[in-house]
Design a protein around this ligand. Sequence first.
Ligand SMILES: Nc1nc2c(c(=O)[nH]1)N[C@H]1C(S)=C(S)[C@@H](COP(=O)(O)OP(=O)(O)OC[C@H]3O[C@@H](n4cnc5c(=O)[nH]c(N)nc54)[C@H](O)[C@@H]3O)O[C@H]1N2
Ligand SMILES: Nc1nc2c(c(=O)[nH]1)N[C@H]1C(S)=C(S)[C@@H](COP(=O)(O)OP(=O)(O)OC[C@H]3O[C@@H](n4cnc5c(=O)[nH]c(N)nc54)[C@H](O)[C@@H]3O)O[C@H]1N2
Ligand code: SF4
Ligand SMILES: [Mo]
Length: 787
Amino acid sequence: MTDRISDIWGDRTPYAQGGEWPDRVDIHLLDGVRPDEVRWVQSACVLCSNGCGMDTGVRDGKIVGVRGRAVDRVNHGRLGPKGLFGWQANAAADRLTTPQIRRDGRLVDASWDEAMTLVADRSRQILAESGPLAMGFYTSGQLFLEDYYALAVLARGGIGTPHLDGNTRLCTATAGAALKESFGCDGDPGSLTDIDACDTLFAVGHNLAETQTVLWMRLLDRLHGPDRPKLVVVDPRRTKVAELADVHLAIRSGTNVALLNAIQHELIEHDWIDHEFVDSHTVEVDRLSKMVAAYPPEQAAQICGVDAADIRRAAEVIGSAERLVSTCLQGVYQSHQATAAACQVNNITLLRGMIGKPGCTVFQMNGQPTAENTRETGANGDLTAMRNWQNPAHIAELARLWGVPEQQIPSWGPPTHVMQILRYAEQGSLRFLWVTGTNPMVSLPDLARIGDILRRPELFLVVTDAFPTETTELADVVLPAALWGEKTGTFTNYDRTVHLSEQAVEPPGQARSDLAIFLDYAERLGLNRTDGSPLLPWRTPQEVFDAFAEATRGRLCDYTGLSYDKLRGGSGVQWPCDADHPDGTERLYTDHTFWSGVDVCEDYGHDLLTGATQERKDYAALHTEGRAIFKAADYVEPAEPVNDDYPLLFTTGRTAYHFHTRTKTARAPELQHAAPEAWVEISPADAAQLGVAEGDLVAVESRRGRMQARARVSGVREGVVFAPFHYGSRAGVGHAANAVTQPTWDPVSKQPLFKTAAVRLEKLADSGGVPAPAPLTTASAPVEVTA
Ligand SMILES: Nc1nc2c(c(=O)[nH]1)N[C@H]1C(S)=C(S)[C@@H](COP(=O)(O)OP(=O)(O)OC[C@H]3O[C@@H](n4cnc5c(=O)[nH]c(N)nc54)[C@H](O)[C@@H]3O)O[C@H]1N2
Ligand SMILES: Nc1nc2c(c(=O)[nH]1)N[C@H]1C(S)=C(S)[C@@H](COP(=O)(O)OP(=O)(O)OC[C@H]3O[C@@H](n4cnc5c(=O)[nH]c(N)nc54)[C@H](O)[C@@H]3O)O[C@H]1N2
Ligand code: SF4
Ligand SMILES: [Mo]
């Protein structure tokens, strides 16, 4: 096999439009391990939202390798570099193996009973003194469905606090919000097989070559096949996706809405519209037409800093597509006017009638492997099974399922988003915070402030993780978690494919699954139903799964036809899966009836500019009745525009080799070696103007803080500076991009805007001939290589 660090995507297996993606089984075993010595245990990869089916190889009670599952519809056997190498972190020498309690300022080892007694006693005390609004929970997009559902029931139905959110707020809050605004309900309509069938792909703010490497393999195989799809890319960086594009719009970051309005302007102007579809299956097209009339390409070209002719070319490609797949990710969700922009991509899909048919869809993508489940279970800003917090009938259903009074479930307002939860902690009204499976001391914006909040002596901080992190360092209690491979559970990718991941090995030391920890906590708090029986009566993951499936009955994300047995042996299965669809459902909305009726919808919508929440009567006035909704939005100036003091736009993101705050990938030698340190990307024009050369040490400074790292002169557009956010304080002083980012959020989805801040850049020291420690194989390649 090729070296899959330097050759990220492996060999091509080209195929034609409408064909089946050929199998290619990728495998990696530790040196000296023979395949015939290995016991294979069914699982899927947890290092991004693609959810590639994979088997875990076990020998002598240890994980010794992985192999892609050829039978799986998602990846047909392939794995990317993170999938092939990332699992090694499970065996790292510095795994957390014992609970720890802070005594006299230091974390010391404790027994589970001591630690959980302390957590439960503190919870009871704070509940007695300050009530449920003093209690907060901040979870992940990386646990399993079963962990989340237990947490959602215990927090919302048991403790009765609205302060439960996921790091999905940083990740896919906008995806969920945009799907609700346009189609009435969360849930991506399309299928990965739409990549096989499409003739055009429109990628907005989505570096899939690095962030969903196996999805990119699929598209690459189409691009190398006999009927190459057209590709339109919107990204301020010249990514590997952009390099292959027919049209690359390297817009100024933060200007998505202006560009997308101009594209819609052109679609309407040239009548590249599916009138039959628009007339029968949508509402509010007139409002959209009026709005985008003000965005001729010349107007948008000025705002976005691209050529009007390129906007016209992009619109023509999109307008003449017969099978169009559009995708959005963080270049939309974490950028200025996030939900507004994501909705414009939905609008383009609707104008062209490109939904519910093979090769036609929009993917409002997920990022984390289990983000879909955080949303479905209601462990973030949503309620279980995509229920609407403003609909009393939905709250009554949950109360019935959980055997608690309706008024126990907070529904006087939307669930609290994480930046607001932290604000309450800052102000002192929130006194207890339990963080599971996320590392906010690297991943949240404006880190200096986050540190001040989490260090407050008045805040009791519990952190469950598998490794020591920048966040566990600040905790009052640290609980050691069992990781993927060490526990059984399910998770769902962005095309609704549900996978079962079986336990392959024992967790190290005393580490326990999040589910086991939450069940223990609920029991210690004595959380009961009205009839006196336990609120969380479950003992095994399977029991939790079955209970969750029951909670989804009749909802869009219906799991009632799924069971652990059904998920064993073959491919993952797509929800909805019920008695009528026992093998799952490839595409939603094939009859063009959307989940938008006033009684079923998950949300009544928002004003895209202000975030003002619509009420039932506003929504009812739209008479959606199963039709999709065009949501229009004007472009507005960003909250922090560049000026003479801060003349550059700062944007942040990922590299192919690291996952987030690197707790796993820094412990996989191949991956860590490929990107050992932070760097800053700058355009050749800005580098020349500032007297910066490749490898020079530079500082990037915003109104909030600064980072320093070596400069890579890359294919990023002029005026924009990029840094990876993977490196926190454990990686070295000054490496954290989030010291620089701004603590503002999108008005609708409340997702932090990690991709737009105004900064200045200065040179601190000469390179001494040493290039930046950035990869040569990705969007971060030096400009000579990309040009
Ligand atoms: N290797 C790797 N893969 C991952 C992850 C990882 O950490 N590492 N994380 C996973 C997760 S949780 C997520 S959410 C996804 C994220 O996956 P992506 O969204 O693909 O990754 P990012 O690098 O955050 O951002 C994508 C692109 O947005 C561009 N961008 C920045 N600002 C703007 C803008 O204003 N407009 C537009 N149009 N583009 C802009 C950036 O230049 C960048 O190339 O990746 C998943 N996969
Ligand atoms: N500047 C900037 N900041 C960003 C982004 C950006 O693009 N730019 N992207 C944002 C996005 S999209 C995301 S998703 C976030 C990610 O940010 P984080 O969620 O903070 O990143 P991770 O490093 O994945 O943290 C997950 C933690 O959970 C632990 N863990 C893994 N599995 C388990 C488990 O089963 N149980 C428990 N209890 N713990 C487990 C890991 O060891 C790790 O410490 O970062 C966000 N922050
Ligand atoms: S594409 Fe994502 S899910 Fe698939 S192997 Fe890579 S990291 Fe894992
Ligand atoms: Mo994410």
